[in-house]
Structure formats: structure tokens, C-alpha cells
Design a protein around this ligand. Structure first.
Ligand code: LAN
Length: 654
């Protein structure tokens, strides 16, 4: 029999779940999805502003004012801007770009906040020390010289695919960023000099602009921007390419530029001008603006679609998001959280979500996929919407899991052959190492990382297998096993290899490192779910060690909390306050593993209920998404969904 005290706590949880459900319902949009703030990175918005300025598209009020609000709000106490909104150090890359953006938006150089930014820039060097993407954007504005950056030759696009270094082998995000960069570099596109540019040269370089010996500045980088220092191999390649750049072969260059442009226009076309991410969305549009009359239509469409990346937040500011949205992804977690509550009172919410998931499955492969280095797409799910068009391994897996769970609840709406297509697609994505990467199979060796030119991002060169993507696919395939007997053998083998990959990635301390959120709680949650879905038992030593790891990280207040710097440092770094989302991941992982110490779980649940607001929501917390080790990004819906999910599982498990 329950003691009265325990019963009271159970009521607390029920109440919290009921409130959370009402809150989640309120946040669903008419289309059936959840759409949340996806801001965080600080280099995106100034790139957008630079494009607006160089292409002479003034940003209308009140947007201009809201962007200014956002950029100033991100300023750190020392005057700088970080790589992302919550960075613990300033970045020359973003501080230089944000400074330029604010001036281009009409801000006065004598403004105290701009003066402080200038002081920080001068104290930490100058834009000569900005990471390479910063220098690149400055080049297009006439605020840095093309001779001072490492060559990005468009000719690489003419290589045969069999060449060990071919752009088609790069991680698609990296490939799609260096594609417009190659065109801009090959043409040395630079905006016509004007008064503001002349003033900015003075302000940024403290009057030294005309003294700079550009070709000597290629390797210059401020310490704050040097997360992944350029390697010797990179410098050697760059030296050879620089020699070629002294006298490029004209006809070859022309052909290479045409080839780049063809790929740029293809990417615009197959993504409905959304483009795979915010960086190539801006850079492709920059390319079209420099093409003049010939690129006018492409520019117009790109410029229009770019507005979708802007997000007006509830605090009067406008930011640029890390993707056109996180709708599909957020919706799959909302669905799983609602299902965990076991209520039928929210079926109308689930039904709308089901329709959204159905309507955003990708139905077609892109035309002539192979010639454009694209994998198959049919049957996949994207991170945002079908219009975006790039399917992703784990988005497909989570979309598939929801489709299966909801098909049985409502009348089957996604035809079986389309579900089978998504299973085949997942199977086709598996890597030889047994894992799954993000959008494609891994296409080159990890040695490519030695040629990472970005300095501020880690692990961008190839599409690596990840524990999260692997776990999601293993979970989905475990659901598919009994439903598609004709694929059962293949599925079985794929699951086994996936399990082996996950096991092999477990760290000595029992944890798994996450790549796409902060960090060990996230990775361990995914890993445990993947293993358990595949049939690993709770008594398996791997599960045991994982649980012991998580249990050891619980705080006195019942919460878990990892600082964002964990990803950069790659060791557990305790956060300042208990974190609701990380607490939920840890609890979900422990419960999935049938962890026996109920007191740990009770304390976690009690933390979650204590932290809930009266309207059923949870307040904003430190950013929890991350990419490429260094840059945090907001998954704002997580705080409404995961605590509800964890509480629902907790109530059920008792
Ligand atoms: C994303 C967003 C979605 C995310 C998940 C599906 C959540 C993840 O499980 C796999 C990786 C993926 C697809 C992912 C990869 C990196 C992205 C695309 C981003 C974090 C959104 C923005 C980021 C992109 C690289 C930003 C542009 C910067 C570059 C270094 C090119």
C-alpha cells in the first residue's frame, strides 16, 4: 500500500502532467506542428544584414529596429559577441561581423556599445584574426582583401568523384557552404566601395588598412577563434593552390564557375529556394546578387525565402534561425510525450500532428540525384518541412516511429508502401561501421578533418556516424521488424550492426557523448533507448554502467545539469542550476533501463514538478542544442515536451 506522502507526490505529478498537456496543446499551430525558437548562432544574422546592404535591399521597419535590439542584446559584458548567444568567450568572427552589421543598419559609431565592441576588437587584434568565414564575408563587402584568405578553388568541382578529395564527399552542410564560397572566391566578388565601407575600414583596422600586407594574413587568427587550428597539411595544400591562383587557367576557371553555378541553382530549385541551411541560403543569394541582371530572378526568390529564417521572439527582437524551422523534429517529440501520458483526451491534438507528419514525408527523390551528389529521398522525413526537401536519418526514424504509433490510433493514413520506402531508405543509409550519419552515408575518411578550414567548428568535413542517429534508426527498425516481414532479415542484420556500433561508442565512464545536444545526458538517453529497443536487457553490463554514470551525476536538488561548454571540452562540465530538459533525458534513460533506485527518480520528478510554472510550461533555460562541438542552438520546445514525457513515464513506472 502507498504511504500518504507518496500518494500526495503522485497527485503532484498527475497535476503537473495535466497542466503540461494543456500547455502543449496551446502551443500547437493550426497546421498540427510545433514551431519553436531555433536561434542561438550569432554569425547568421550579420551575414543576412551584409547581404541586404550589398544588394541594396534596405530592411524595413520594424524589422530593422528589432534586429538591432537582438544584436545589442547579445553583447557580452566585455563588449564582444560570442559565437552563439550564450558563449562564455567573445569571438572575433562574430564581433567583427556584428559590428559591421550594426553600422550597416544605420547605427552611429559613437554609440557607447559600438565603441566597446571596437575596443574589444582592437584589444584582441583586428578582423585580421577573424576565423575564415568571417574574413570571407568581409571580402565580399570590401572590408578584407581576397589575397588574405586561403584559396577556395571552384575547380575542385570539376574533379572526378573518384578523387580522394571531392566536394561531393564532404558533409552536405560543408559542401553546400563551400559551393557558393567557391563561386564568390573564383570571381573575387566584392561590393562597390562606398563611404560607409571606407569608414568601416578605418574603424575596424584602427587606420592601418592601407598598411596591411594581405597575403601574409592568411593564417592570422585570434586565439579566441582558434578552436581547430589549421593543420600543416592544410597549409601545404593552401600553398600549392595559392600558386595556382597567381595565374589560374582562364578557360578552366570559367568552366568551374559555370559548374558551381549549376549546382547552386540546382540546390535552390530542389529546396524551393529554402536551401539546406541558413549559411548557404544567404551565400547562394549573395552569388545571385553579384550575377547582376542575369541572376535577378534567382536573387528575388532567394531573398524572399530568406525571410523564413527570421524569427521574431517574444522579447521584441528578431533573430536568424539555425534552420528554416525545427517543426517536424519538434512534432515527433511532442507526439511521443503526449502518447506517454496514456490519455485519450488529447486525440484531437495527436490527429492534427499525425496529419502534419503525413503531409511532410518526402515523396520523391530529387531529379538526377547522383549527378548532384544526392542520396535517395523518397520515404524520408526532413527536420523542418517537406518543402525543404532534404531528408535526415534520425528525422526519418522519429517520423516513422510516430507514424507507426499513430496509424493504429487513427485510421491508417500513410500508405504501407510509403512506410516501406522509409524503412528501405533507413537501411540504405547505414554505414559500414554499423552506425548512421545525418543526411548521407559517410563518403570519405576522417583524415579529411585535417583540411577543415573553418577554425571555429569541429567535425564538419564528412558525415560521421553518430550515436543519436544510430539509436533513432535502430528504434525505428525495431518497430518495422514485425511489420515488413519481407525485409525482416535485412532489418535484423542492420539492427545488430547498429547495436554493435552503439556498444562500441560507450565511454569508459559508462556514458555516451551526444553530438547534437548538450551532451552526455542526451547521448546516453539515445543510446539506452536504442539498445533496449533492440532487445538488450536491463541487466546487460553496458546498461548497468550507463545507469551508474547517470545516477552519479544527479545533484542535491534532484536535477541533472551540464554546461554548454561540455561539448567543446568533451568532458562533463556541471551547469550552474538544475536543468529541466537534461533532467528529463536522464530520467527517461534510467526508466527505460528499468533502473531500480526509485528514490533517484522520485527526486528527479520532484525537481521537475517544482520547476513548473502555473500555466503548465517550464521557463527558459540555458541553450541545449549544439552543432559541430562549439555552437549552441535553441530547441525551445524541448522545455515544454521532455519534462511532461519524463513525468508521464515516472507516474506509469510506479
Ligand atoms: C542540425 C539540425 C538538426 C539536427 C538533428 C536532426 C537534430 C540531429 O540529430 C542531426 C544533425 C542535424 C541535422 C543538424 C546538423 C547541423 C545543422 C544543420 C543543425 C544543427 C542546424 C544548423 C546546423 C548547420 C550546420 C548550421 C550551419 C553551420 C555550418 C557549420 C555549415
Amino acid at each position: 500500500m502507498q504511504t500518504p506522502a507518496v500518494a500526495a507526490r503522485s497527485t503532484d505529478a498527475s497535476l503537473a502532467i495535466a497542466r503540461a498537456l494543456a500547455n502543449v496543446e496551446k502551443r500547437q499551430d493550426v497546421g498540427g506542428s510545433w514551431r519553436g525558437d531555433y536561434g542561438g548562432p550569432m554569425f547568421l544574422l550579420p551575414m543576412f544584414v551584409a547581404l541586404a546592404y550589398s544588394s541594396k535591399r534596405p530592411i524595413p521597419e520594424p524589422r530593422r529596429a528589432r534586429i538591432i535590439t537582438y544584436l545589442y542584446r547579445a553583447q557580452r559584458a566585455d563588449g564582444s559577441i560570442g559565437l552563439h548567444a550564450e558563449a562564455t568567450t567573445g569571438s572575433m568572427f562574430t564581433t567583427s561581423l556584428v559590428y559591421v552589421a550594426l553600422r550597416m543598419l544605420g547605427e552611429n559609431k559613437d554609440d557607447d556599445r559600438l565603441a566597446r565592441m571596437r575596443t574589444w576588437i582592437a584589444r584582441n587584434g583586428s578582423p585580421l584574426g577573424a576565423a575564415s568565414w568571417g574574413k570571407f564575408v568581409l571580402c565580399t563587402l570590401g572590408l578584407y582583401d581576397w589575397r588574405g584568405i586561403h584559396p577556395t578553388p571552384p575547380e575542385s568541382w570539376l574533379l572526378p568523384y573518384s578523387a580522394p578529395f571531392h566536394p561531393g564527399r564532404l558533409w552536405c552542410h560543408c559542401r553546400q557552404v563551400y559551393l557558393p564560397m567557391a563561386w564568390l572566391y573564383g570571381t573575387r566578388s566584392t561590393m562597390r566601395e562606398d563611404d560607409l565601407v571606407r569608414q568601416l575600414r578605418d574603424e575596424l583596422y584602427c587606420g592601418q588598412w592601407h598598411r596591411v600586407e594581405w597575403s601574409r594574413e592568411k593564417d592570422t587568427v585570434s586565439e579566441v577563434d582558434d578552436y581547430r587550428p589549421l593543420t600543416r597539411a592544410f597549409r601545404s595544400v593552401s600553398r600549392v593552390l595559392s600558386r595556382y591562383e597567381n595565374r589560374p587557367i582562364k578557360r578552366l576557371r570559367a568552366r568551374a564557375l559555370a559548374e558551381c553555378l549549376r549546382h547552386i541553382r540546382y540546390e535552390d530549385r530542389v529546396t524551393n529556394d529554402i536551401d539546406i541551411g541558413p549559411v548557404n541560403a544567404v551565400l547562394n543569394t549573395v552569388v545571385h546578387s553579384f550575377r547582376g541582371a542575369e541572376g535577378a530572378d534567382d536573387f528575388e526568390r532567394g531573398w524572399t525565402k530568406l525571410q523564413d529564417y527570421l524569427w521574431d521572439d517574444e522579447r521584441g527582437a528578431t533573430k536568424m534561425q539555425g534552420y528554416n524551422s525545427s517543426q517536424l523534429w519538434d512534432t515527433t517529440f511532442a507526439v511521443q510525450a503526449i502518447l506517454a501520458t496514456r490519455t485519450r483526451a488529447y486525440d484531437h491534438v495527436l490527429q492534427r500532428a499525425h496529419q502534419f507528419i503525413r503531409d511532410n514525408q518526402i515523396l520523391e527523390d530529387v531529379p538526377d540525384a547522383g549527378a548532384h551528389y544526392r542520396h535517395a529521398s523518397r520515404g524520408g522525413w526532413p527536420f523542418s518541412t517537406r518543402a525543404h526537401g532534404w531528408p535526415i536519418t534520425d528525422c526519418t526514424a522519429e517520423g516513422f516511429k510516430c507514424a507507426i504509433a499513430l496509424q493504429s490510433r487513427f485510421k491508417a493514413e500513410i500508405p504501407a508502401d510509403l512506410l516501406r520506402e522509409s524503412v528501405s531508405l533507413m537501411l540504405s543509409w547505414q554505414n559500414p561501421d554499423g552506425g548512421w550519419a545525418t543526411y548521407e552515408r559517410t563518403r570519405a575518411g576522417a583524415w579529411m578533418e585535417a583540411l577543415n578550414p573553418s577554425q571555429v567548428f569541429g567535425d564538419i568535413m564528412i558525415d560521421y556516424s553518430h550515436v543519436e542517429c544510430t539509436s533513432a534508426c535502430v528504434q525505428a527498425l525495431s518497430e518495422a521488424r514485425s511489420r515488413f516481414p519481407e525485409l525482416a532479415d535485412k532489418i535484423e542484420r542492420a539492427i545488430d550492426r547498429g547495436v554493435a556500433f552503439i556498444r562500441q561508442r560507450q565511454r569508459a565512464d559508462g556514458s555516451w557523448e551526444g553530438a547534437w545536444a548538450v551532451c552526455f545526458t542526451y547521448g546516453t538517453w539515445f543510446a539506452i533507448h536504442g539498445l533496449m529497443a533492440a532487445g538488450v536487457t536491463p541487466r546487460d553490463p553496458a546498461i548497468d554502467r550507463a545507469c551508474a554514470f547517470l545516477a552519479s551525476k544527479q545533484r542535491a536538488d534532484g536535477a541533472w545539469s551540464e554546461h554548454g561548454d561540455t561539448c567543446k571540452r568533451r568532458i562533463w562540465t556541471e551547469g550552474e542550476r538544475g536543468h529541466v530538459v537534461q533532467t528529463s533525458w536522464a530520467m527517461l534513460a534510467l526508466m527505460r533501463a528499468e533502473y531500480k533506485d526509485s528514490e533517484i527518480l522520485r527526486r528527479g520528478a520532484s525537481f521537475l514538478t517544482r520547476r513548473q510554472e502555473a500555466d503548465g510550461s517550464w521557463a527558459r533555460e540555458p541553450l541545449v542544442g549544439v552543432f559541430n562541438r562549439t555552437c549552441l542552438v535553441d530547441y525551445d520546445n524541448y522545455r515544454h515536451v521532455f519534462p511532461m514525457w519524463a513525468l508521464a513515464e515516472w507516474e506509469r513506472s510506479r
